[in-house]
Design a protein around this ligand. Structure first.
Ligand SMILES: Cc1ncc(COP(=O)(O)O)c(C=O)c1O
Length: 304
């Protein structure tokens, strides 16, 4: 981690290395935190945060689903995000707002503690992705089943969801794959460990409905809107493992992953085993949108 700029903590910008919490911080013990992952792109018109409003909305929705009382308004958090990026001097970065039950009372009940908020950002260049974004990634259908909304609110981007996701990710990496794909308790495709998933069969783009257990991804929504604005459509339907194996193309979407092609699932080659032409075209369209080159989607960018 390259330490750059400052980290916003409850309204104050503190030096990166001093942004510390007590070991008895509630969230460290009980996973009582929610967070966001946002990108700032270095566009030809200047640095711009992608879909800031939607990310801040989801941040507050996640907090609400866990009855966390935020001591800041959406406007204050949006302004704080922009300020943190500006102070960092970074042209392109990943931004991580976090709301967590802090230090105070110890024990399971979180509500006796205050909800602290931090915002950090760090350097992250466009196209940087660990899981073979351009060459095509190899995914393993996880033996870990995706946790279910009967146990936890799955539309919250909560730290507690990610123990399950991390088990799947590590299993995939240990077995020589780049990423995991998680099935839900009904055996239907939910999502990747940190991305939504789309398949293309006979030129029809399909993705699991949110009821399958995936996060309501902002990149997922962006890609669907881009496809629709370009005259296409996306079908939401439950997908089986067979649908993955027999797909012509597969891609994943996420703030970190952007639009990432998948060329192998388990030992099965997808399509020709290289990035398909629809995925390639979408990757290009998405890049144009985040770089402010597509006028139709300029409102999605908040310039620093
Ligand atoms: C579990 C999970 N699914 C999907 C996504 C994609 O969401 P987004 O496009 O909003 O980054 C993410 C990343 O935030 C994630 O962690």
């Amino acid at each position: 981690m390259k330490e750059t700029g400052k980290i916003w903590m409850n309204g104050k910008l503190v030096p990166f290395k001093d942004a510390k919490v007590h070991v008895l911080t509630h969230a460290l013990h009980y996973s009582t935190s929610v967070f966001e992952g946002i990108r700032c792109y270095n566009t030809p018109k200047g640095s711009a945060v992608f879909r800031l409003e939607e990310h801040v909305d989801r941040f507050f929705k996640s907090a609400k689903l866990y009855s966390m009382k935020m001591q800041f308004s959406k406007k204050e958090i949006s302004d704080a995000i922009l300020k943190t990026v500006k102070v960092s001097g970074l042209k392109e970065c990943y931004i991580r707002p976090l709301a967590y039950y802090g230090y105070g009372a110890m024990g399971l009940t979180p509500t006796e503690n205050k909800v602290d908020v931090s915002i950090a950002c760090w350097e992250w260049a466009m196209g940087e992705s660990k899981a073979g974004k351009f060459s095509g990634s190899k995914c393993k259908v996880s033996s870990w089943i995706k946790i279910d909304s009967r146990s936890q609110p799955m539309q919250a981007k909560a730290a507690s969801n990610y123990a399950n996701a991390a088990l799947a990710r590590v299993e995939a990496l240990d077995n020589g794959y780049d990423e995991a794909i998680m099935l839900n308790i009904h055996g239907k495709v939910a999502e990747g460990s940190a991305e939504n998933i789309f398949i293309i069969k006979d030129n029809v783009i399909q993705t699991p409905p949110l009821s399958a257990g995936g996060l309501e991804g902002i990149t997922r929504d962006s890609v669907i809107q881009i496809i629709e604005q370009n005259g296409g459509f996306v079908i939401e339907r439950d997908l089986d493992r067979d649908d993955l194996y027999s797909a012509d193309e597969i891609f994943m979407t996420g703030t970190a992953a952007e639009v990432k092609s998948v060329t192998q699932i388990d030992k099965v080659k997808i399509g020709k085993g290289s990035m398909g032409k629809i995925t390639k075209a979408l990757q290009k369209s998405f890049t144009e949108v985040v770089m402010g080159k597509d006028e139709r989607f300029l409102p999605w960018l908040t310039f620093i």
